[in-house]
Design a protein around this ligand. Sequence first.
Ligand SMILES: NC(=O)c1ccc[n+]([C@@H]2O[C@H](COP(=O)([O-])OP(=O)(O)OC[C@H]3O[C@@H](n4cnc5c(N)ncnc54)[C@H](O)[C@@H]3O)[C@@H](O)[C@H]2O)c1
Length: 441
Amino acid sequence: MADRYLHLTGTAPGRFLTRRLGLPQPAPLRRWTLETPRLEGPLLHLTAGASAVTGVAEALSRSGLPVVGDTDRPAAIVLDATGVATAAGLGDVHAALHPVVRSLTPGGRIVVLGTVPSPDDHHQAAAQQALEGFVRSLGKETGRGSTVQLVRIPVGGAAQAAESTLRFLLSPRSAYVSGQVIELTTATPGPGPAADPAAPLTGRTALVTGAARGIGAAVASVLARDGARVIVLDVPGAREELERTADRLGATALPLDITAPDAADRIAAAVPDGLDVLVHNAGITRDRRLANMPADRWAPVIEVNLDSVLRTTDELLEAGVITRGGRIVATASIAGIAGNTGQTNYAASKAGIIGLVRSLGPRAAADHGVTVNAVAPGFIETKMTAAVPLFIREAGRRMNSLSQGGLPVDVAEAVAWFAQPDSTAVNGQVLRVCGQSLLGA
Ligand SMILES: NC(=O)c1ccc[n+]([C@@H]2O[C@H](COP(=O)([O-])OP(=O)(O)OC[C@H]3O[C@@H](n4cnc5c(N)ncnc54)[C@H](O)[C@@H]3O)[C@@H](O)[C@H]2O)c1
């Protein structure tokens, strides 16, 4: 669905008028394309105090951007604040970023590296937690399509664990992700960067549910772009659309209702050599206020969005269908974080996904060598949001730091980052792809 306001503010008279009226000024986001796979400009590497992790310079050197210690026009700034352990140390964060923040190019990236707040040292915990408030505020200030994130690396750990995350955050692939905190585990990063960086999922098999259209089709497309063999699954009623999507992507269509009792068996039969990436994307809404919601609007939402995800995940993991080094990515929503009128069923199902990911992530890694993460989309331009009444839709689009809705590809790029072979240290995380929505922030 076209965002006419974004188009209007892209014209000189429109910009003039909307500025005069004090209206939001969304900047067109620069997303990944074959011609523009990278940010254009150098990466400025700064440090606040002494680093508490190893290998930051090496990790940044593999980010795809030229790393410099000084520049007038950085396309990205990475501030290593892992060693900040006192309130006074926060002064080093200010001193490092204050002079350069204005020079960031439009559509630029700021990543602050921190560590996990300590349960044993409340001064360190206060200083490291302070970085979260700092990053979330800076994300609201930078404007011009720029984004700001905090990546936590375990104290004493190696920044190598953050390489796939930095590649994602410091690229056009993360255009609609801002104000996020990503906490990495101590897991060793696995096989390292792929042999073919343009096709890191070569040799991997991925299955995406609800992939006939919308976000699921975009996820399938990005995973195929990254080299995966893709199976697209959707309800038998969407068979024609599913087959068109499969043909377009060179994927295999699997018409199947994910709530069917034998869904896991049917998936297992479709992947005789095992499944490397499982993306639970299928989802439905049946909105109504709780007082007006009969059980037949409650139950299917919980069944499709949560229960079938729990069931198929358990069955496929237990049967060993998901390979070691495999990735499970589920789909939550900011409604599951902020709540939403008329969506008690939907928000419950999506909050349930967050519970699932946080609980299962560490155990799935220990028992099966599999990571479990979730994306939590905000307002994404799809058929689902096109059905939202105009006023609420317009509010949903603007109520975020980037003043616009996201595109299905923005969610897909986040899924592809979770799916990377060297994203082993990214586990139990919920990444909001919401342009730093004010809802549930
Ligand atoms: N669009 C947004 O702004 C937004 C925001 C937050 C979360 N999400 C979530 O993202 C996911 C995709 O959303 P979308 O906007 O692309 O929705 P969509 O309605 O366009 O697509 C959902 C797909 O899931 C399929 N599906 C539904 N029930 C199924 C079942 N039982 N078995 C197999 N497939 C089934 C549908 O046929 C459809 O093709 C959903 O989980 C949704 O809750 C979307």
